[in-house]
Design a protein around this ligand. Structure first.
Ligand SMILES: [Zn+2]
Length: 275
């Protein structure tokens, strides 16, 4: 197995990063033999009302300067694993200006484009699914992610396209290619033509309240058919022990489907290494 990179991690600079730190996560990456890890702290300029009240937050945007200072300091004394600077941009239609400004004001190794909140709702709190069947709920999320990421353009990795299934109440636990082939094709064609990465977010495939979404192999097969080679592995860790979680399994899975390379980004440039 080649050296793998975990491109999606949250540190103490994320609003929900109290259980971890740059240093602890980097030490875990080193202990697990990863080539490196990237800190992609949250950057959501909009927080839905219920959550904003519960957690007393109006925005979930990390402070870039202290995060990057901490990463530089960690690089000094933790060697043997790459430690990269990133951000996870939570796309939302009313925040376009703030997102553009944030990206032009700061420099990163790598940017993830995600959708966490949709139609003014946080799916984690459930309201998004009310009055929708699974097909409508998942389809609308995928279309929103597609439209938002095409608007942004300035990113490297499409984050957890199946986030909407993580907390859903339906027996239909997973996003399958056969159910959403049109929109998934559009998304994957865009990634391929722009040289961006499809993310395998291993947090999505954890058990949550008795439901365990799976990664549909047909999506990976189709991505390859479309010329897709750039796949990013991300644990979405908020705890050090989850850094690199199940990467050996997914790297083996990718290899079995004919993929040859892992991917990470340095200074916004794609670097690929053998799986
Ligand atoms: Zn996320």
């Amino acid at each position: 197995m080649g050296r793998l990179y975990d491109n999606h991690n949250h540190s103490q600079f994320s609003f929900d990063g109290k259980r971890t730190s740059v240093r602890e996560a980097a030490l875990q990456a080193k202990a697990k033999g990863l080539g490196g890890l990237c800190f992609t702290d949250h950057c959501d300029f909009f927080v839905p009302g219920v959550k904003a009240e519960k957690e007393n937050l109006l925005r979930e945007v990390f402070d870039v300067a202290p995060q990057q200072a901490e990463i530089r300091a960690a690089r000094e004394d933790i060697t043997g694993t790459g430690i990269f600077m990133g951000a996870e941009i939570g796309l939302y239609k009313d925040c376009h200006q703030q997102i553009r400004k944030f990206l032009s004001d700061n420099k990163f190794d790598q940017i993830i484009a995600s959708v966490h909140y949709i139609d003014g709702i946080d799916p984690f709190y459930g309201g998004y699914y009310q009055g929708k069947d699974w097909k409508e709920a998942y389809g609308h999320y995928l279309e929103t992610l597609y439209n938002e990421m095409v608007w942004l353009g300035d990113f490297d990795i499409m984050g957890h396209y199946d986030y909407v299934a993580r907390y859903a109440p339906y027996p239909q636990t997973s996003i399958l290619y056969k159910d959403f082939s049109d929109i998934l094709d559009q998304m994957m064609k865009y990634l391929v033509s722009e040289g961006k990465a499809l993310e395998i977010n291993t947090k999505s495939y954890q058990d949550y309240k008795g439901r365990t979404p799976v990664l549909d192999r047909d999506i990976l097969i189709r991505y390859r058919e479309l010329g897709g080679e750039v796949i990013s592995l991300g644990s979405d860790s908020h705890d050090p022990f989850r850094v690199g979680d199940k990467f050996d399994f997914y790297a083996g899975y990718l290899k079995s489907l004919g993929y040859k390379y892992g991917a990470h980004f340095e200074g916004r440039r794609l670097v690929q290494e053998n799986l």
